[in-house]
Design a protein around this ligand. Structure first.
Ligand code: ATR
Length: 277
């Protein structure tokens, strides 16, 4: 029987992870089956235990269970520990290993696929929830001159920054405090795009020739990317590349081989353009 993997989420119906892992499995000649499982909002731990009992070998975790997955893990990688959120679980018979591949996925998409140079640059991260938690540590590792976290609830941003206390480049602010400031890279790690909303950003944040990156994706520009396009960002990217890269990191953890992501990203982008028509 094929080894079983899944993604847990709520909602999870539109997840692209099953298609991504199916493509990786074919490419790497791995015999596995990957499905999407809708876990009840109050039943994540039970769903995971049932999946393990039925022979599941590993899982991805998406909204809104990443912090609960962190608590459920019996062992965690260093990057998951620091993030306080887990997007990848491995079940190896001796417990539940929790990892977080989101930050590595974002970094690889930014630097390898998009050619961004992060060292010495000014980076703004919007949001302080589960998505932001996974990426702040890896972004800091790439040595930006400044990394600012902005959130509507500033205390939540302070809590997140506290995990990296003593890092001189890291700052926290409110949206009004962004007036007249600009950044080389602006990353939307809020869930605003899911509801068709735009964080209350001043247009000044996009430096001439800057990059705007939305960790969410949809058909066409998200509200954040449309706003960035109108206000000077020249390089725009949605979260498709990150999605495929974080999946490749999870696949490597589970199967010991890293798939080639480029053809899978190209296929997903082609499919979403076809959906637009
Ligand atoms: P996720 O796991 O996707 O990060 P989350 O933990 O619920 O989900 O966090 C959602 C993030 O998006 C938060 O930073 C939230 O800001 P607040 O903490 O201030 O609520 C942010 N967010 C959601 N909708 C937003 C909007 N319309 N404008 C700005 N920020 C928004």
């Amino acid at each position: 029987m094929s080894d079983r993997y899944c993604v847990f989420g709520n909602p999870v119906g539109h997840s692209k992870s099953p298609a991504i892992h199916a493509a990786f499995a074919v490419q790497c000649h791995q015999d596995l089956r990957y499905t999407a499982i809708l876990a009840p909002l109050d039943g994540f731990a039970t769903s995971v235990r049932e999946f393990v009992a039925s022979g599941g070998r590993g899982a991805n975790v998406t909204v809104p269970f990443k912090e609960e997955a962190w608590r459920l893990a019996t062992r965690r990688t260093g990057r998951a520990e620091l993030a306080g959120a887990v997007n990848t679980l491995a079940f190896d018979g001796s417990g539940i290993l929790g990892d977080n591949t989101d930050g590595a996925g974002l970094l690889r998409d930014l630097t390898v696929n998009l050619g961004c140079h992060l060292a010495g640059s000014r980076v703004l991260v919007l949001g302080a929830g589960g998505a932001a938690r996974g990426v702040v540590g890896p972004l800091l590792d790439s040595r930006p001159a400044k990394l600012v976290i902005v959130n509507r609830n500033v205390d939540r941003a302070r809590d997140l920054a506290q995990r990296f206390a003593g890092t001189a480049a890291l700052h926290v602010c409110s949206y009004p405090e962004l007036a007249e400031r600009s950044f080389d890279l602006v990353i939307n790690a809020t869930s605003a795009s899911l509801g068709g909303e735009l964080p209350p950003l001043p247009a000044s944040v996009f430096a001439a020739a800057g990059t705007a990156y939305d960790m969410m994706y949809g058909d066409g520009d998200t509200p954040f990317l449309a706003f960035a396009r109108r206000h000077g960002a020249v390089r725009l990217a949605d979260g498709i590349g990150m999605l495929v890269e974080q999946a490749a990191e999870a696949f490597r953890l589970w199967r010991g081989v890293r798939p080639d992501t480029a053809p899978v990203i190209a296929t997903l982008r082609g499919a979403s353009i076809a959906n637009d028509r």
